[in-house]
Design a protein around this ligand. Structure first.
Ligand SMILES: [Zn+2]
Ligand SMILES: [Zn+2]
Length: 133
């Protein structure tokens, strides 16, 4: 497989692609990811910002914290990407919106201080206290 990967939202209004290897992938257990997605975790891949482009549509965006902007579909609500000023050269993209997420396993957990105590997901992976927010 090549390092060119595509994805999009549930309704098809937004499509994107990036050219980067499928690594640096984290299960995020922060409460902002949980509440903004409705899921138990959001799993993110970090890619060079310059390697990412929108192919179709214009995402909605909002500031989920003082340093973080989240990009979502205005039509279906899917959350696709995140930019944090702590890491201005990169963009985080949701693994769940990739066309082939089966090729993108996570390599660690982040924000484990707010991990749900009954969640049993990839227990073999290392934990980190925090990363973006
Ligand atoms: Zn959509
Ligand atoms: Zn998070």
């Amino acid at each position: 497989m090549t390092d060119l990967h595509q994805g999009g939202c549930q309704c098809g209004s937004l499509r994107y692609r990036f050219q980067a290897p499928l690594r640096d992938i984290a299960h995020c257990h922060c409460t902002i990811c949980r509440r903004s997605s409705g899921g138990l975790v959001v799993t993110w891949i970090t890619v060079p910002r310059a390697a990412f482009e929108w192919l179709r549509g214009e995402p909605g965006e909002y500031a989920s914290s003082a340093t973080c902007t989240r990009y979502f579909c205005r039509d279906c609500g899917a959350q696709l990407a995140l930019f944090t000023r702590h890491s201005p050269e990169t963009l985080d993209v949701t693994i769940g919106t990739l066309d082939e997420p089966e090729h993108a396993p996570a390599d660690r957990h982040i924000w484990v201080g707010t991990r749900l105590p009954w969640l049993n997901l990839d227990p073999q992976l290392p934990d980190e206290e925090e990363e973006h927010i």
